[in-house]
Design a protein around this ligand. Structure first.
Ligand SMILES: [Fe+2]
Length: 164
């Protein structure tokens, strides 16, 4: 969820930032970097029943999750309580992709074009509800590509999710 600034220099900076972001995402889809040690550390933070759908995610999704996990666990500006809430959200927000299982071509197209992400947030939220996840986490997973409204933590998460 990224808000578009008004035309002008700010818009150009925003646009070039989005292009750079899309190119980084494309590189990650083509050559995902999944550090097995970091993956094991991140996975161990999940309740055992949540690990099977996590394992079914593709390499590029895992690489994205690990970039978020690393950034959130090392960001010195985050409070401990925000970090504790952000880590499970980072690890589970795209869990719906374990169900939609986008093909390689779909991943590339969705990375390069601003196509809205509709199904995986809802499917991921349903899956997490079935797995007994806390309602706040389920709600944030369902809304992670939408306007965060007054949800400060979801807005904070989107700042990481939009650039990593
Ligand atoms: Fe997503």
């Amino acid at each position: 969820m990224t808000l578009t600034p008004a035309p002008g220099a700010a818009w150009l900076r925003w646009f070039l930032g989005r292009v750079a972001y899309r190119l980084r995402q494309a590189r990650s889809v083509l050559w995902p970097q999944v550090d097995p040690v970091l993956l094991a550390a991140a996975r161990s933070r999940l309740p055992p029943r949540w690990r099977r759908p996590f394992d079914r995610l593709g390499g590029s999704e895992k690489a994205h999750i690990l970039r978020l996990y690393r950034a959130i666990t090392t960001d010195p500006t985050l409070s401990d309580s925000d970090r504790e809430a952000l880590v499970p959200l980072a690890l589970t927000h795209d869990l719906g992709k374990a169900i939609t299982r986008p093909t390689f071509l779909e991943r590339v197209v969705k990375t390069l074009l601003p196509i809205p992400n509709r199904s995986h947030p809802i499917l991921g939220a349903r899956l997490l509800r079935r797995l007994g996840a806390p309602p706040a986490l389920v709600r944030r997973v369902a809304r992670h590509h939408r306007d965060p409204g007054h949800d400060r933590l979801l807005a904070l998460f989107q700042r990481f999710d939009d650039v990593l």
